[in-house]
Design a protein around this ligand. Structure first.
Ligand code: F6P
Length: 327
């Protein structure tokens, strides 16, 4: 049976994530392979409102699988949060004869897509891409693995100088409201402690951090702090440590947007390629308002509402592993 979807629109939105380009490539090529036309929308929902649209061929996505960032550009668009903004976005879809919209992004991107779908009956498919890995229904999101590796490399480097000078390093990690990046980078970097929003009180966590590390038998320690786990972030934690232990030579490193850049890892490129292909298969399967996800290495379709609203578990065994291994 011929698909009712003749033309798709594709955009990237919210914080960029390494592997977004690989997803754009996969969506474009899989759509064209299935007889669909592809319209690329630039600058996320802002571009959708303003009609920044260009038809893509397979050549337009050549040579981008290895590139970080997004060739489609990204934006956080306040206007799209308003009914008037979404009306203008819908008008662009009608004018461009776009039958379905593939949105590549995170939580905020899917929230916007869902509103558009509810108000104007637009078919939307979400491809999860955020370094935060905070979407329910998928084991991983595009960009998370690359960011994790970037943080791990930074921690390894800080360890060199930290042990040489016998200092405590307090390192701030991104993640919005979630501690996945912080906790897993902590395990991979072999650090003394992680402070994440999902676990215990801050005082307890700091105490444990230093109890596990420096105070026992090490002369240096690394503490990772999730950006919003403590008001004031890593700087505030460092001040608390300094007050108690002025002799520790505490230093602060805020990794910031470094964590969003770089060439995607093989894992993220493959994940993005699979998600992109399955976003098109989902359309052929008449799916709408779903996110493609990956669970136990199998691709699944997750209702967008659930992906946004349900809270993904941080997994107790990882937290326990960090504590057992950091002594
Ligand atoms: O969602 C990705 C993310 O990098 C978060 O980890 C972080 O809190 C936020 O975006 C930063 O956003 P911006 O680049 O708009 O300051």
């Amino acid at each position: 049976m011929e698909s009712r979807i003749k033309t798709i629109g594709v955009l990237t939105s919210g914080g960029d994530a390494p592997g977004m380009n690989a997803a754009v490539r996969a969506v474009t090529r899989a759509a064209i392979a299935n007889g669909m036309r592809v319209k690329a929308i630039f600058r996320g929902y802002k571009g959708l409102i303003e009609g920044e649209v260009q038809e893509f061929t397979t050549q337009d996505v050549s040579g981008i699988i290895q590139r970080g960032g997004t060739i489609l550009k990204s934006a956080r668009c306040e206007e799209f949060k308003t009914p008037e903004g979404r009306r203008q976005a819908y008008e662009t879809l009608v004018r461009e004869q776009i039958d379905a919209l593939i949105v590549i992004g995170g939580d905020g991107t899917f929230t916007g897509a869902r509103s558009l779908s509810q108000e104007y009956n637009v078919t939307v498919i979400g491809v999860p891409a955020t370094i935060d890995n905070d979407l329910w229904g998928t084991d991983s999101t595009i960009g998370y693995d690359t960011a994790l590796n970037t943080i791990m490399d930074c921690v390894d480097k800080l360890r060199d100088t930290g042990t040489s000078h016998e200092r405590v390093f307090v390192v701030e990690v991104m993640g919005r409201d979630a501690g996945f990046l912080t906790l897993n980078a902590a395990i991979a970097g072999g650090v003394e402690a992680a402070i994440i929003p999902e676990r215990a009180t801050i005082a307890e966590q700091i105490d444990e951090a230093l109890g596990q590390g420096r105070r026992k038998h090490k002369n240096s320690a690394i503490v990772l702090v999730q950006e919003h786990a403590v008001e004031g972030g890593a700087k505030a934690v460092a001040e608390m440590i300094e007050q108690e232990h002025p002799d520790y030579g505490t230093r602060v490193t805020i990794l910031g947007h470094l964590q969003r850049g770089g060439s995607p890892t093989a894992y993220d490129r493959i994940l993005a390629s699979r998600f992109g292909c399955h976003a098109i298969l989902a359309l052929l399967d008449d799916q709408r308002s779903i996110m493609v996800g990956m669970q136990n290495d199998e691709i699944v379709y997750v209702p967008m509402a659930q992906a946004i609203k349900q809270k993904k578990d941080i997994q107790a065994d990882r937290w326990n592993a960090l504590h057992v291994l950091s002594i």
